[in-house]
Ligand binder design. Structure first.
Ligand code: SF4
Length: 355
């Protein structure tokens, strides 16, 4: 590498200043001249490009642009990328001197093995007056917490102003050290919503898809609406009671489990092996057996045929919540596991916030 890992930036994007990212992180709103300039200045010989599902269509064109702008070799990681938590490791991309990763904000408290260029793919598109009108027409409560995908954070201040002109009181939470920005949604950490839940009668998510509304509904006991800023469409709140009831049934199925598999990932931002060890001890203290199973990206086929009754996943909490049906045994999050072995009450339901 021609240049050492650079100091962390503090980039004034979004509704508030970014928290200092991990050493080695650089943050960009979009792919463009600033990114190319900085990559060129470091004279990397080999760069690894990571593109999440949804943006893969243009991966070759993007690689070509980086190659032309920097003169570096560009290699692509093919495995699916779900978050900023699983950057390519030096073993996965031998000889790469830097990572360019698209669609995610950095996770400030996650160490980085290589200089990493986060391109957040921001957009400031969205007619905030129409959006505020849609919120009013849909009859959302006047005391409203707002959380946004990183892509739409830039319109948050204008949107709040538009809502305030319609007599809404809006709240944007700070979030903890796993989040780069106030108001940011991350699938494993909704502390931006949790911190303002008390004064909010409901939470409005800005962005597309159901991934974040589902996570938010587990994390905060408030109705959660979703607003697509480009289509200006509001989705009705999810049925939290039904979602939680389904999880309680899964916990109940695991209560008699004698043999537990404790799943632990080696991905940089999913690694809670310390927690895995402590869960093993707790299971054994309750007279159950427990073994740690290590992986990087979990494939349900890897768990087949094992002499186990249930699993607890210490990696991404969304594996248990969103993909439970892919596994042939109950798959619990860490707080759910504690309920299953009688270490904590079943209710209130607790989301497995990854701090
Ligand atoms: S742990 Fe899961 S939810 Fe959190 S950033 Fe990684 S993939 Fe997303």
């Amino acid at each position: 590498m021609s240049e050492g890992v650079r100091a962390s930036p503090v980039v004034p994007l979004g509704p508030g200043p970014a928290r200092g990212a991990a050493p080695g992180a650089r943050v960009y709103a979009r792919v463009g001249p600033e990114l190319f300039r900085d990559l060129r200045a470091s004279a990397y010989r080999k760069i690894v490009l990571q593109v999440p599902a949804g943006l893969t269509r243009d991966f070759a064109k993007l690689g070509e642009e980086i190659r032309e702008a920097t003169g570096a070799r560009v290699v692509h990681v093919a495995r699916a990328c779900f978050g900023a938590c699983d950057p390519p490791s030096p073993r996965e991309a031998p000889g790469a001197e830097a990572i360019v990763t698209l669609g995610h904000a950095p996770i400030p408290n996650m160490p980085l093995a290589l200089p990493t260029y986060f391109v957040e793919m921001r957009t400031s598109e969205g007619d905030v007056e129409r959006m505020a009108e849609a919120v009013e027409k849909a009859g959302l409560p006047k005391h409203l917490g707002i959380v946004s995908s990183v892509q739409h954070l830039d319109i948050l201040p204008r949107f709040r102003d538009a809502l305030s002109r319609r007599s809404f009181e809006t709240y944007v939470g700070e979030g903890d050290r796993r989040l780069a920005y106030p108001g940011q949604a991350l699938g494993c950490n909704y502390t931006t919503a949790e911190s303002i839940a008390e004064k909010s009668e409901g939470v409005l998510f800005l962005g597309t898809g159901l991934f974040h509304p589902l996570g938010l509904a587990f994390a905060v006991d408030r109705p959660v609406w979703a607003l697509d800023p480009l289509q200006v469409e509001i989705s009705p709140p999810l049925d939290r009671d039904r979602m939680v009831a389904k999880r309680l049934m899964t916990i109940a199925r695991a209560m008699d489990a004698k043999r537990w598999g404790v799943l632990a990932s080696s991905f940089g931002g999913q690694d809670r092996r310390g927690m895995a060890l402590s869960l093993v001890e707790k299971a054994r203290a309750k007279g159950r057996s427990a073994e740690i199973l290590l992986f990087d990206r979990l494939d349900p086929r890897d768990l087949m045929g094992r002499d186990l009754d249930a699993y607890v996943c210490t990696a991404c909490p969304r594996i248990a919540l969103d993909d439970a049906e892919s596994y042939d045994r109950p798959m619990l999050t860490a707080p759910e596991f504690l309920s299953a072995i009688g270490e904590r009450p079943l209710t209130p339901y607790r989301f497995d916030t990854f701090h």
